[in-house]
Design a protein around this ligand. Structure first.
Ligand code: B12
Length: 223
């Protein structure tokens, strides 16, 4: 399956075939490589054709909806009904409406033993901090897709850093915004980038450390 073919299926709104194509890819490659590669490349093509006018907003919207439904079917199997393992919170910063990366990130974290709460896009910083104080996650993953989002990212990080939580909070920033190292250089975050493969390594090591320190129960055990 090529990104071109997947982009075509998505733009036709064919979530059944798109899910089948992605499931086939997932049999051959780790999830993070499929999401960083085939899936992202297909959506880049959607964006390019939207920008050059060969496709319209309708094709982009059809693709977004089809991919959302396909990803729903491809979610890693969830564990027992009780929330187990360390908790991660993922959100798009204020004004950010690109949210598919958060769904991908949630899947990757869930596969490495995290319980994930996904707030979706456009989350104001003060409300994010209020919710984090209540939820007490060990990890917050923020997404942003445009250099214009620099202020929103900075205010989210500042609001989270002002919290006093029972354990240090790890903050990751990803999405297209984080492709530019200069954009993330001054931020008080623990990890920045666009690679889910690298983020998975970081999150897995963090989960192992939290379990070893006795801070959270190992995945599969309840508190
Ligand atoms: C779908 C889409 C939309 C949808 C989003 C729907 C949704 N629910 O997400 C809608 C229609 C809402 C939208 C709106 C807009 N969009 Co848009 N959109 C896209 C498109 C086609 C695909 C994005 C996508 O979902 N990709 C798939 C995901 C999985 O990939 P990703 O986001 O890159 O994430 C990957 C990594 O970054 C990583 N990741 C993401 N987040 C995080 C977080 C962490 C912590 C970690 C570790 C990793 C991580 O994981 C993913 C897998 O590798 C892109 C094209 C492109 N080149 O990306 C344009 C694009 C991003 N959009 C663009 C624009 C201009 C806009 C609008 C301004 C258009 C307008 N005039 O209204 C608005 C802005 C809305 C807003 N306020 O945010 C431009 C941005 C240009 C720029 N200079 O940056 C692009 C590049 C299109 C283009 N070719 O010009 N868009």
């Amino acid at each position: 399956m090529t990104p071109e073919l997947l982009a075509g299926l998505l733009a036709d709104g064919d979530d059944e075939l798109a899910a089948w194509a992605l499931a086939n890819a997932l049999e051959q490659l780790p999830r993070e490589q499929v999401y960083d590669g085939l899936l992202r490349d297909a959506m880049v093509l959607i964006g390019a054709r939207w920008r050059d006018g060969s496709w319209g907003i309708a094709e982009e919207h059809a693709a977004t909806q089809a991919l959302t439904r396909a990803l729903d079917r491809l979610a890693p199997p969830r564990g027992p009904m009780l929330r187990v393992g360390p908790v991660a919170l993922v959100a798009g910063v204020r004004d950010e409406r690109h949210t598919l990366g958060l769904v991908c990130l949630a899947h990757i974290l869930e596969e490495t033993g995290w319980s994930v709460v996904n707030l979706g896009g456009d989350e104001p910083a003060d409300d994010l901090a209020r919710f984090a104080a209540q939820m007490q996650p060990a990890l917050v993953g923020l997404t942003a897709s445009h250099p214009e989002r620099a202020g929103s990212v900075a205010e989210a990080v500042t609001a989270l850093r002002a919290l006093s939580l029972p354990r240090p909070l790890a903050i990751m920033v990803g999405g297209r915004f984080a492709a530019d190292p200069d954009a993330t250089a001054g931020l008080a975050v623990d990890w920045a980038g666009t690679s889910l493969a690298a983020a998975a390594d970081y999150a897995e090591a963090l989960a192992e450390r939290l379990v070893a320190e006795g801070d959270v129960a190992p995945p599969g055990e309840t508190f």
